[in-house]
Design a protein around this ligand. Sequence first.
Ligand code: FEO
Length: 399
Amino acid sequence: MYCVRKVTEDLYWVGGNDRRLALFENIHPIMQGVSYNSYLLLDEKTVLFDTVDWSICRQFLENIQEVLGGRTLDYMVINHMEPDHGACIEEIILRYPNVKIICTSKASMFMYQFGFRIDGKVTEVKEGDTLSFGKHNVVFVSAPMVHWPEAMVTYDTTNGVLFSADAFGSFGALNGKLFNDEMNFDRDWIDEARRYYTNIVGKYGPHVQALLKKASSIDIKLICPLHGPVWRNDFGYLLDKYDKWSRYEPEENGVMIVYGTMYGNTEAAANNLATKLVEKGITNVVMYDVSKTHVSYLISETFKYSHVVLASVTYNLKIYPPMLNYIMDMKALNLQKRTFALIENGSWAPQADKLMRELLNEMKEMTILDNGMTVNSAMKEDDKDSIDAIADSIIESMK
Ligand code: FEO
């Protein structure tokens, strides 16, 4: 059975939701599912903006058939060729053999790489090219590395709709609600939106900044991303989040304590520090056990907070492996501009501080506070002064 939503008088959402998939990209847990958005415009020509993941193809085809109402499909604009959006291109061609594909040259190259049979069907477009579908005129705007090199966005100059590809997307299935003003985004969606952005697009901050600059010069009435809600008001909220994330500026002055513990002794030091911070008036403190928290959540929270405490046991003379994985992911995603305090633990040869410090120093604009702490097996009464000093130096650096 089809399930569609009207976006404007002649534009329909024809995507779908996947609540069965456990891991997006086979990496990131999606407890609240994910939506794959596709949009169908009924003008003098009929135009499909992107396809969907293979997992929801049947729903997608039913949706298109319903909205077309017996018409054929004239164009398929492919803004992004990653298979969570491009998987159904060939299926569309099979159903609508006269459809023309509009995409960048790189997207066309990727279609061949993925083995799609698209000979004679592709019209390549580049930055600034325009096309008319009847009443609606669109301009194509390149958006390289947001989040693949072939990506573009399409702006409808007739009604101000921006088809923004991966930009402004979010994890989370759409539970009947499509528009941002039908949901409490700041309460129910922002954490998954941040986790989506930071883990999927986070590495490419400068490219997102370039796209935001282009977006600031056009009059946007609707943002139609490939995942999550369609935005039709409150753009300032969304653009502010994207601006901060892509400049690697923290959203909040606060302390995220991430600890790697084997028998609870490093955790005890982390608990003592958290308690001390709160006693001294810093209540915006969150704590995560690195072994029990998927790294995608850790990355998302690290983008959110200004200060990070890494408390790691030494393991085989190295950083505790789950902590190492987290730090390496931080590095891979180009995270910058955070202030760190370090706590290490070791029973005979503590190494974690030195090794964590080396990795953090390889990243951009990371500050490591002088006051750190070495726990020898378990925290003692005498160590309380060190905890106190770490808390003071964090508070001082927040001023
Ligand atoms: Fe949702 Fe980069 O694909």
